[in-house]
Design a protein around this ligand. Structure first.
Ligand code: ASP
Length: 320
């Protein structure tokens, strides 16, 4: 097995592939109105269908993660990209990261206010710079220099998207709370045996200006290593950063020979505080694990074996 600098060769997996996505964990989906549920379900289904198609066609894991997350970022029903929650000053500050399990290359951006697709920018940081993480104005001027799509900050004030916001029964406050944990993430095993993961978010609502959560922190919100798993988290970012949650799952597999299921379970049930969030992961063998300690987590999973499902929680029959 090669070192961190080298390429972690993919095992022979035939044509097997797996994809798992999340649309955030937190508020109780039972309390959402019909429009909100249906907007989320449709968004997840659109993203999962696109990912499935790409994987069937043999696309690389990294391309799939970026494309799937872009779809969710463009959808105001999620707290990422267009539908991002706002900070205390009423502005959206976006964070995202992406990681390639083949060679441990990764890229991330934090605190960007005018980039339409932070996940695409994170990938460009990975491929076009020697760095891993660019923040705020620096990330924005890099985005401009390389010709990424720039939007006016009010693009992110999407609360009136008709698909979600038609209901008059729910106050902006409640909507903000419901979207509080609408972060999106994706973990993939492609047909070539390569793993990748990514996460994108508007962060936590009413956060202090400049606050950065776990989503753009490699090892906290996102991690991928072909030898073990690809992981994306969602929840109270500070708790994930404190525990290096995404990498801890890998470390448990690496140093304690734990299974992916056991490693995720340890993090969700024993390490992270109750009701703080969830994790999705794909193992090098294609196994999908989704677990949360919150009332709900919006998830979707699809495999080359015919699985295709969207759920608002993973309680009971949550493993394939
Ligand atoms: N983890 C994200 C953050 O703390 C929020 C979320 O997942 O809902 O920024």
């Amino acid at each position: 097995m090669s070192s961190q600098q080298g390429s972690v060769e993919a095992a022979d997996h035939g044509k097997q592939w797996s994809i798992v996505i999340h649309g955030g964990a937190g508020s109780d989906s039972e309390k959402w109105n019909k429009e909100m549920k249906s907007a989320r379900e449709k968004g997840m289904s659109r993203a999962l269908t696109a990912g499935k198609k790409m994987l069937q066609d043999g696309s690389p894991a990294l391309d799939v993660v970026e494309a799937v997350i872009k779809i969710l970022e463009d959808d105001a029903a999620f707290n990422a990209g267009r539908g991002s929650v706002l900070n205390q000053e009423g502005a959206a500050e976006l964070d995202a990261s992406i990681m390639n399990g083949k060679n441990l290359q990764c890229g991330a951006v934090a605190g960007v206010t005018n980039v339409k697709n932070p996940i695409a920018l994170a990938r460009q940081v990975m491929v076009k710079t020697p760095h891993v993480l660019l923040v705020s104005e620096g990330a924005e001027s890099f985005a401009k220099d390389i010709g990424m799509e720039i939007v006016k900050p009010d693009y992110f004030l999407s609360w009136h998207d008709p698909r979600v916001m038609e209901s008059t029964e729910i106050s902006i406050e409640e909507k903000n709370d419901s979207f509080h944990y609408g972060t999106v993430g994706c973990a993939v095993l492609d047909q070539h045996g390569n793993l990748a993961a990514g996460t994108s978010t508007g962060g936590t609502s009413k956060k202090l200006k400049g606050r950065v959560g776990d989503s753009p922190i490699i090892g906290a919100g996102t991690y991928a290593d072909n030898r073990f798993a690809a992981v994306s988290g969602t929840g109270i970012g500070e708790e994930y950063i404190r525990r290096a949650a995404a990498y801890d799952v890998i470390a448990q597999m690496r140093y304690a020979s734990k299974t992916l299921d056991a490693a995720v379970d340890e993090m969700i049930t024993r390490q992270l505080p109750d009701r703080s969030g969830g994790l999705i992961a794909v193992g090098h063998d294609g196994r999908i694990v989704m677990q949360h300690n919150t009332p709900s987590m919006t998830v979707g999973a699809a495999t080359s074996e015919g699985r295709f499902e969207i759920r608002f929680n993973t309680f009971s029959e949550d493993r394939r």
